[in-house]
Structure formats: structure tokens, C-alpha cells
Design a protein around this ligand. Structure first.
Ligand SMILES: Cc1cc2nc3c(=O)[nH]c(=O)nc-3n(C[C@H](O)[C@H](O)[C@H](O)COP(=O)(O)O)c2cc1C
Length: 335
């Protein structure tokens, strides 16, 4: 049964890594304590001491296993060394190649490797590289979106590819409650990864204004307006805030580089300026014109009605899925 565990965790529920520092130790520990897989997010620059601090802080809040996400498009070798040295349970990879070399190094350290990909081609590559599980992102997803297709078409095809190989497929994109969970299971997934739902929790490091907007707005758009200079060619899904709607047709030659500074934030211990059209969501330390900062969210955001404790999110998913499978999807005639 899919709602049972995978990769050694009690449940097949993954809290996606949330950049730049939104999934910090508090959120990850709360998710881990609830029996699901919580993922920290490594900085987009080499900061091995800080990565170690994140891991230690999380370990001070939970004795359960957890993981950390690395975006391969940015410098990461030193960070990776510390992650393997600290032997976190899971290394999640995104936006870059999950090579056999990385997988072998991780396995030597006893770390499982779980890349997030967005196409069948990438599922094949990750499978051949020896990944322990694969997060398959659909175009519905919030944040940066590597996929061009919806989950409903991607997941069953991925299942056919990994058949017989014991590589769980974890569906990501637009899942918020047990209905999304059970539909992913019906497609053949063994687990689900949720970003936006865990963003809207007490423990996430998002600014309260950002959390409030996740409840206030219910629609999103796939765009490339934000962060074009720093992370080119990386489309993303955002809330349709008034700022975004004013600028959604931004000419393609404009990017954040020469724009005015609209705020500041401390990110992974470093003070940063935030320019207009930057790809940086407001974290809890952000000051300035928050309403004009990017706010990533997935297509399921309209289902989010309240900010919840992270363990409550896990509990509702597990109990809801169990109830739904029992009450609606069991064939009574066979009982
Ligand atoms: C605020 C935010 C930040 C994200 N940052 C990352 C990241 O750093 N690394 C990553 O692999 N995925 C990141 N994602 C994407 C998630 O891994 C996942 O694919 C997505 O959240 C799933 O869709 P959902 O938000 O509808 O649940 C982010 C998503 C959001 C909403």
C-alpha cells in the first residue's frame, strides 16, 4: 500500500526542499518527527560550515532521519562533501545531472540519492545512474519547474520504466490533500512530494506575509519573469499577485540585474539585497516591499485554507488517504 513507508520512512510523504532557506531545521525536524521525509535546502553557494550547522541544528530537534536538497546548477562540491561526511539519510538533487559518480560516492557514505526530474528521458537516466528513488515533478508544481507535462501523463509512464527495479516514483506538483495523494497512488506512485502545502505551515521559514498570500490567492501562472540573470532558462510557477499581474509581460531583455533594490533578507546567514524581479521569495527576515517579491506556489494553492503545523499536514494526509481508500475505493462486493 502506497501510503505506507518507503526508503525506511514511516510514510511515503516527502516535504520538498524549499529554496533558498524556507525548509530549515524547524520544518524538517517537525516533518521527520511526524514520520515523513523532510528535506533541508543547501545554499546556492559553497558554505560547508553552514551546511554542517543546518544538519546539526536539525539533529538537535529530531532523532529521526532526514535529508537535504542540492541544486546542481549552482556551486555545490564543498557542500556535497559535508553532506556525505555527515551521512544524512537522503541527498535530493535538482536541476543538473544525477551522475553515477555522485550516486556511488553517496552510497559509499550510506546516503540514499533521490533526484527530482521532469521528463521520461530523465527518469531513464536517473534509473541508469542508480538513484534510490525518483521525484517526478509535473508542470503543476510550485517553484522552479523542470517539467513540461502534467503528472497524470508522466507518472504511469515512469512506473513502466522502473518496473521490477525497486525504485519508488514520488509524484510532485499540485498535491495538497488526501485527494491528490490517493490520485498519485492510483497512477502508480509510491510516494508524494509536497512543496506549497509545507510552505504554508507554522514551521516554514517563509515570511508571514507570503504565508498569508498563499491563503488569499488561489491561482498561479507558469512564467519566466523572475531571476532571469541569476538562474537563466529556469521557468517557475508563481502566485498571481497584483505585482506579478502588472509585470507578467515583462520584455524578454529585462532582468533583475539593473533594477532597484526593493528589500533585504538574511539568507543562510548572509545579508542579501533583493532587487525587483529577483527570484528570491521573502523569508522570515525579509524587509522592504514584500508585495513585489516573487511568491512561488503550485497549482493546488487554492486548496490551502489555513496555516497548519507540519505534523498536522502529515497526519491529515495519512489518515485522509487511509479513510478514502477504505470508504471510496474498496470493492465491497469482494468483502
Ligand atoms: C517556495 C518553493 C521553493 C522551492 N525550492 C526548491 C528547491 O530548492 N529545490 C527543489 O528541488 N525543488 C524546489 N521546489 C519545488 C519542489 O521540489 C516541488 O517540485 C514542488 O513544490 C511540488 O509542487 P507543489 O508546490 O505544488 O507541491 C520549490 C517549491 C516551492 C513552492
Amino acid at each position: 500500500m502506497g501510503w505506507r513507508g518507503m526508503l525506511g520512512f514511516d510514510y511515503g510523504i516527502v516535504q520538498a526542499p524549499l529554496g533558498p532557506d524556507i525548509s530549515g531545521p524547524e520544518l524538517v525536524a517537525a516533518v521527520a518527527n511526524a514520520g515523513a521525509l523532510g528535506l533541508l535546502r543547501a545554499p546556492d553557494w559553497e558554505a560547508p560550515d553552514h551546511v554542517r550547522e543546518l544538519i546539526m541544528k536539525t539533529r538537535s530537534l529530531t532523532d529521526k532521519p532526514f535529508g537535504i536538497g542540492v541544486v546542481l546548477a549552482f556551486p555545490h562540491k564543498e557542500n556535497l562533501r559535508v553532506i556525505l561526511d555527515e551521512q544524512v539519510a537522503v541527498l535530493q538533487l535538482y536541476w543538473g545531472e544525477c551522475t553515477e559518480e555522485i550516486v556511488n560516492e553517496a552510497h559509499k557514505a550510506g546516503v540514499k540519492v533521490v533526484p527530482q526530474v521532469g521528463s521520461i528521458e530523465e527518469v531513464k537516466k536517473a534509473t541508469d545512474a542508480g538513484a534510490d528513488a525518483i521525484i517526478l515533478q509535473g508542470r503543476e508544481a510550485g517553484g522552479h519547474v523542470i517539467s513540461q507535462e502534467s503528472m497524470i501523463s508522466l507518472v504511469p509512464r515512469a512506473i513502466d520504466i522502473v518496473q521490477g527495479r525497486n525504485i519508488p516514483i514520488i509524484a510532485a506538483g499540485g498535491i495538497v490533500d488526501e485527494r491528490g495523494y490517493v490520485s498519485a497512488l492510483a497512477l502508480g506512485a509510491q510516494g508524494i512530494a509536497l512543496g506549497t502545502r509545507f510552505l504554508a505551515t507554522d514551521e516554514s521559514y517563509a515570511h508571514p506575509t507570503y504565508k498569508r498570500k498563499l491563503i488569499e490567492y488561489s491561482t498561479t501562472e507558469y512564467t519566466d519573469v523572475f531571476g532571469r540573470a541569476r538562474w537563466p532558462g529556469a521557468p517557475h510557477r508563481v502566485l498571481k499577485t497584483p505585482f506579478f499581474m502588472d509585470w507578467r509581460n515583462l520584455p524578454s531583455d529585462v532582468n533583475e540585474a539593473a533594477q532597484p533594490i526593493i528589500g533585504h533578507a538574511t539568507i543562510h546567514g548572509v545579508d542579501k539585497e533583493i532587487r525587483r524581479f529577483a527570484g528570491t521569495v521573502p523569508n522570515a527576515t525579509a524587509t522592504g516591499d514584500l508585495e513585489s517579491m516573487v511568491m512561488y506556489a503550485g497549482e493546488g494553492v487554492g486548496l490551502i485554507k489555513e496555516i497548519l503545523p507540519a505534523d498536522e499536514v502529515v497526519r491529515r494526509l495519512v489518515e485522509g488517504a487511509r479513510r478514502m481508500i477504505h470508504e471510496r475505493l474498496t470493492d465491497d462486493s469482494s468483502v
